[in-house]
Design a protein around this ligand. Structure first.
Ligand code: ATP
Length: 355
């Protein structure tokens, strides 16, 4: 296992006119669980394929610790990659499919058997080992593909490209925690590509957010949620994402319209700013006794354990549609959103205050 370092790595599919991946320098630290999160088309798969060697970058160099790997083909990189859709030998049994990567590398027979049974047990495949792979449903076939990626030891990294897309929702929850367990047991570096933030936040030690071919922020899940460094991250992480309002700084005070909502932090100069408020932290006060911003409730979504309240503030709409696309569970249609617990403590009202 090694640190995987990308040095000025970028990729263009059209001879340099546009960059699917803008040149970047970044290190995947050995043994860490990463989620690579971003909307469709932002360059996640391109990045994975560059790490595994399926794609040669247009520019830059790749290092595994101090070994340069830029020109080393996939077979020489010792990386396990799992794709979005099953990649199996359909006529082989599930057992033989799982054993294939091990036999190919001349693992002793007893070790092959031990590893196949271990992975099969963890992924719930024990009852299917003797079946031909083509007889399985696509979800189960994908779990076998996942097993093929996880069965080897000592790989430089396990790259997972949206591996649970075709797996049914009930299985997804179980498999997410199984993957976490496997990461803990093996200590391999995992890079898990997804556009689903729940998947990213539950799986990863570190979430790397990509937009338009660039890493915009990387950090622990809580850090990204509480301290997004970029407006896009605020919108993208969270369900729904962060509310953003135009505001004004004057004499160290931040105001939305005429309402003062807080003190400016640091040495923020006077002038227009944009402030972000997570729905979870907005307090909705129908009595108007909390200092805050006046707004009009335009709708309430009953979510089960909480209500999602849509509030129109100063006629300002929520995140622009382009930034909302690709989020799961995002329901903000117009205006800002806040959440209320369904225990009668916080009911929606006409004022959205600063949380
Ligand atoms: P998704 O979540 O939809 O899989 P992604 O984030 O993985 O998207 P990529 O598949 O890496 O994004 O694509 C990045 C950009 O490069 C997109 O604009 C895509 O259209 C383009 N692209 C990807 N593969 C090719 C290719 N073989 N030839 C030309 N353009 C490509």
């Amino acid at each position: 296992m090694a640190d995987i370092r990308l040095e000025g790595v970028g990729h263009s599919y059209d001879g340099g006119r546009t960059w699917a991946l803008k040149p970047m320098t970044w290190t995947w630290r050995s043994g860490r669980a990463y989620a690579l999160l971003g909307p469709s088309g932002c360059g996640k798969t391109t990045l994975l394929n560059i790490i595994s060697g399926l794609l040669t970058p247009t520019t830059g160099r790749i290092w595994f610790d101090d070994r340069e790997m830029t020109a080393v083909p996939t077979a020489g990189r010792d990386i396990a990659q799992v794709f979005q859709f099953p990649v199996l030998y359909e006529e082989m049994s599930v057992y033989d499919n799982l054993a294939f990567p091990l036999r190919n590398r001349k693992y002793p027979k007893a070790e092959v058997d031990r590893r196949v049974r271990q992975v099969s047990g963890m992924l719930g495949l024990d009852d299917h080992l003797r079946r031909r792979s083509r007889r399985l449903d696509p979800g189960r076939q994908q779990i076998v593909s996942l097993g093929r990626g996880l069965v080897r030891s000592g790989v430089a990294a396990v790259l997972l490209d949206e591996p649970l897309t075709v797996v049914d929702p009930a299985m997804k929850w179980t498999l997410r925690s199984t993957l976490k367990e496997i990461h803990r047991d093996t200590g391999h570096t995992f890079v898990y590509v997804t556009h689903d933030q729940t998947e990213a936040l539950t799986f990863a030690d570190e979430v790397v957010v990509v937009k338009d071919g660039e890493i915009v922020q990387a950090g622990e899940p809580t850090e990204l949620f509480l301290s997004p460094a970029h407006e896009f991250v605020g919108h993208f992480i969270g369900s729904p994402g962060m509310n953003v309002l135009p505001a004004e700084v004057s004499d160290g005070v931040v105001s939305v319209g005429r309402a003062a909502v807080g003190r400016a932090v640091g040495d923020l100069p006077p002038g227009p700013v944009r402030i972000g408020i997570r729905p979870e932290f907005a307090v909705l006060d129908s009595a108007g006794s909390t200092p805050g911003v006046a707004g009009r409730v335009t709708g309430v979504d009953r979510m089960g354990s909480y209500d999602l309240v849509h509030v129109l503030v100063n006629g300002h709409d929520g995140p622009p549609p382009a930034e909302r696309d690709g989020q799961t569970g995002q329901t903000g249609q117009t205006g800002q959103t806040g959440q209320t617990r369904q225990d009668g403590q916080d009911r929606q009202g006409g004022r959205a205050g600063q949380g």
